[in-house]
Unconditional design. Structure first.
Lengths: 587, 354
């Protein structure tokens, strides 16, 4: 709201950040752990007076230099560029709060560059002791970079007592600082071992190659083993909300956890294989690729979880992902979002500008996490089951029902405008208020959607003798019946209501009974946003009404991703009624 | 719509603004030196490929070895001033960054490609054969295009009037091309950079390469000629730039603001002096005049920015909430880092022999 938004509808910035961040993390952790690996391995070579090891280290240093300094350094700059583009307000807050932390990190970056250049260019031209010292300086500076960045990244998830006093050090040494520092350090050593394989596979077969592979494998394995308790420690110090998200409330984190577990297993297995066996060169390469992919999966899952665990915030408890400060919410709600925001053209919602105003609200409040017709978290796909009325209800409690989304910040007119933009602007659905209205709902829908081309009287004879199911099915395939007819892309409940109405034209007295209609409407408002009945049907088929009714009392226990149903008992009864009928279960 | 209403609120500073201004003005010229040396090295190496005499061919080989270092230090030394610009002008910078998002992000791949090409040029100089000239030309053009993107962002961020275009074009494809000062400004800084880069090549040839007298001669001649001619050309480009500035900004340098006017006069005098010493191929004297000249130019640049922002933003009014300990921590880190760097350099074989 304070800043403009980089708006490419089908393309969300979040994916871009995640992509570059995972690549960067994968290289920059290597830049730290690899420093230790280089000096330790060089030392091994010196101790054992084995020139082949020194040659290996020198080769590895060249690879290391080209990868970490060029690619690692620049992807770091890239992250800075991207976050300032996608999250300008948060970047500004972080930069202002931690400017001297960043500045100190820059000094270490400078020391790293000088040390690495000298280390690389003086192999064999400097006495061992000094050369080793330079290597240690490199590692020290690289690890200090990690130390500093770690504090700032963790601050975003757990700002801790900074919230109260805005003290630099309290924000820096925040609750997840130490576990994360340990975890990241072990990760970086683990990666160093994995990258060691790469250079090793280029060695000629023979003694040294397998020796270096075994050596790197042991590095990776020990560090990997140590990273697991550190990761556990990390999760255990998370604040309650974030732990809930990590524990399954967030669907994307649940996916990440699976990736992490699989990667961990594969990584361990393949590394052990590489240590124990002495595979041929070609096989070693294949295995190395698998190791790298698995290591990336493990790290990527961690980073993804860390990012997602602070949702809906970009800085936990301070600023939402869409740049709105938590402390401003109340004031903005009173004044109206559009009046407070800077980068909007519609200040007041009117009948004429409703859709445009809704679009601006979407842009500033939802686009941070939702694309429009894109591949990531597409809002069109996610709202296809919702009518205008359902959308309004959903938005009113969006944060309460789905903690990982920020509340809609704005007044009632703005809420309606956003709902209208999604329902009518994106889906071309009618803007009728009465989602819960019973009785004539089907007729209303017919009047709005079909009557413009053919009145009910014209259709009636054509459908004589049709069963309700047949009518219902045909509503799904209108263009197939007649190519001139557009698809009727309405929520299932709407189609049900309409088919009930159409059926009643030829079968007087058989219109759907009100209680069932109410259940359908409730389902549409409260459940369909996440899963249409078609998804649920196989799961609850065969359930008794009592079982369904009981389940409605403990939804969050069934799946931590589901919010509890907060409606009255009578509502739950009619919902259960509806569901049991739909599923064809026992009474 | 009044563009001033679009300007985001600036965040609270954690130290007096003067500290950030000081650090910005301290580190930005360092970035300029490195950047100039980098561009000058690339340009000189390219010219060397075109010239037929033998010493030039060897000179380009020598320059190829230096180029990756220059790229590394240009980037590193760019991080610090960019950080301090983020602190002082972040709310403006991020806004124009969003407007030109696509181009801004392009900086990274452009730099990565240029950087790797510089390494290919260095490590595979011999293997490349006649291709080398194209590689170094590509490096030069890529780096200059990065400069163009920066010029756009640095000028768009101080022109809120141009921001209204976002409402029609929010997809991050805007540039500041309509600004009449953009092109002369970019040419001004590129001409200056390549000139100073020439000087750096002359310096490099006359110090590091001092073992081979034909190289010293070739490098010094090429570098100083570049410097002198480009600086002479700069008198024209600089005047053009000055004349395209908005009236109020230009008048700062014509007597409305004594400090800025003094800077410009000093800058011109220094530039004329360097043209003379450059013409006489006096490397050290030219260098000693150029170092203050670059600082003066950085201050002029800063005054231009302040001038543009007069109707919109005054950094002295941004609230500050002083926290000393992080600042002290940084300054200590800086001193320690510099000591360690000097120690490491002192261990280099080149310095140990002499």
């Amino acid at each position: 709201m304070n800043y403009p938004v980089w708006y490419v509808p089908t393309f969300g910035g979040g994916v871009l950040i995640a992509l570059v961040a995972i690549i960067h993390v994968f290289v920059s952790h290597f830049a730290v752990g690899g420093g230790l690996y280089l000096v330790m391995t060089e030392w091994k070579g010196i101790r054992e007076q084995d020139q082949s090891i020194i040659v290996f280290v020198q080769k590895h240093t060249k690879f290391f230099l080209l990868l970490t300094m060029v690619f690692g350094g620049l992807t770091g700059v890239a992250i800075w560029f991207i976050i300032s583009l996608i999250h300008p307000a948060a970047t500004s807050l972080l930069i202002h709060t931690f400017v001297f932390g960043w500045a100190a990190e820059w000094v270490f970056f400078l020391v790293e560059i000088v040390a690495l250049f000298i280390y690389f260019y003086t192999f064999g031209r400097m006495d061992d002791h000094t050369h080793q010292t330079i290597g240690w300086i490199y590692f020290g500076a690289a690890w200090m970079s990690l130390f500093l960045i770690n504090g700032i990244i963790d601050f975003m998830l757990t700002p801790g007592t900074w919230l109260a006093n805005h003290n630099f050090w309290d924000g820096f040494f925040n609750p997840t600082f130490w576990p994360s520092l340990f975890f990241r350090s072990f990760m970086s050593f683990m990666l160093a071992g994995c990258y060691g394989f790469i250079t090793a596979t280029f060695l000629e077969a023979g003694q040294t190659r397998h020796k270096m592979i075994r050596y790197s494998g042991i590095w990776a394995l020990i560090s990997l083993a140590l990273s697991v308790p550190a990761g556990w420690w990390y999760i255990s110090v998370l604040p309650e909300k974030a732990r809930g998200l990590v524990g399954g409330v967030s669907p994307t984190i649940a996916r990440a956890a699976t990736v992490a577990a699989v990667s961990l297993a594969v990584l361990t297995g393949v590394v052990i294989l590489l240590i124990l066996l002495n595979p041929k060169k070609a096989r070693t390469r294949v295995l190395t690729v698998i190791v790298m992919v698995a290591a990336m999966g493990y790290m990527g899952a961690f980073e993804w979880t860390r990012e997602a665990a602070r949702r809906p915030y970009v800085i936990n408890d301070v600023m939402y992902s869409n740049g709105i400060l938590k402390e401003e919410v109340e004031q903005i709600t009173q004044k109206g979002f559009l009046k407070t925001a800077k980068w909007v053209q519609n200040i007041e919602v009117t009948k004429d500008n409703q859709l445009e105003a809704g679009r601006e609200l979407f842009l500033h409040q939802c686009f941070a996490c939702h694309t429009v017709g894109g591949f990531n978290n597409d809002i069109i796909g996610r709202t296809k089951n919702m009518s205008y009325g359902a959308m309004q209800k959903y938005l009113a409690t969006i944060h309460e029902k789905r903690y990982f989304m920020p509340p809609l910040v704005g007044n009632v007119a703005e809420l309606k405008a956003l709902a209208a933009y999604i329902a009518a602007g994106l889906h071309k659905k009618p803007l009728t208020e009465d989602a819960v209205a019973v009785g004539d709902r089907g007729k209303n829908l017919f009047d709005n959607n079909c009557a413009p081309c053919h009145a009910a009287g014209v259709l009636k004879p054509k459908m004589a003798g049709w069963s309700k199911e047949k009518i219902r099915t045909s509503l799904d395939i209108l263009p197939a019946l007649n190519p001139a007819m557009p698809d009727y892309s309405a929520p299932t409940a709407d189609k049900n209501a309409m088919s009930g109405y159409l059926h009643s034209l030829n079968n007087i007295g058989s219109a759907a009974a009100p209680p069932k209609e109410q259940g359908a409407a409730l389902f549409e408002d409260n459940c369909a946003p996440c899963h249409g009945f078609d998804v649920l049907k196989p799961k609850v088929s065969g359930w008794s009404k009592a079982k369904i009714r009981a389940a409605l009392d403990k939804l969050s226990a069934l799946n931590p991703g589901m919010p509890d149903y907060t409606g009255a008992a009578a509502e739950k009864d009619s919902l259960a009624d509806y569901m049991v009928k739909q599923a064809g279960g026992a009474k | 719509m009044n563009p001033a209403s679009l300007i985001p609120t600036a965040d609270t500073l954690t130290a007096h603004w003067g500290w950030f201004q000081f650090l910005l003005m301290l580190t930005f010229p360092l970035h300029l030196f490195a950047m100039n040396a980098m561009l000058g090295t690339a340009l000189s190496a390219f010219i060397c490929h075109v010239l037929p005499e033998r010493p030039y061919r060897e000179l380009s080989h020598e320059l190829s070895k230096a180029l990756p270092f220059m790229v590394a230090f240009t980037i590193n030394l760019g991080v610090a001033p960019l950080l301090f610009v983020n602190v002082l002008y972040g709310h403006l910078l991020y806004t124009s960054t969003v407007l030109m998002g696509l181009f801004w992000l392009a900086v990274v791949p452009l730099l990565i490609i240029a950087y790797y090409l510089a390494y290919i040029y260095d490590f595979s100089y011999i293997k490349l054969g006649s291709l080398a000239v194209y590689v170094v030309l590509a490096v030069l053009l890529l780096l200059m295009s990065v400069g163009f993107i920066f010029s756009n962002n640095m000028t768009m961020m101080i022109s809120p009037a141009s921001w209204l275009r976002w409402f029609a074009t929010p997809d991050g494809t805007l540039l500041n091309l309509a600004d009449p000062a953009l092109l002369p400004r970019y040419l001004h800084i590129m001409t200056g950079s390549l000139a100073v880069g020439g000087l750096c090549v002359a310096l490099y040839s006359s110090t590091v390469l001092k073992l081979d007298s034909s190289l010293v001669k070739a490098g010094t001649r090429l570098g100083m000629q570049l410097f002198t001619w480009l600086t002479a050309l700069q008198v024209l480009v600089g005047t053009w730039f000055l004349l395209t500035l908005p009236g109020e900004v230009m008048k700062r340098f014509m007597g409305n603001n004594m400090f800025s006017t003094g800077l410009l006069v000093t800058g011109i005098l220094l530039a004329v002096a360097t043209i003379i010493t450059g013409y006489k191929r006096k490397v050290m004297a030219t260098l000693l005049l150029t170092i203050p000249l670059i600082y003066v130019m950085s201050f002029i640049r800063d005054s231009v920015r302040t001038g543009y922002l007069v109707p919109y933003f005054d950094m002295t009014k941004v609230p500050a909430n002083m926290q000393w300990s992080p600042l002290v921590f940084f300054l200590m880190t800086l001193v320690l880092g510099l000591v360690v760097i000097v120690w490491m350099l002192s261990k280099l074989p080149v310095f140990r022999k002499s």
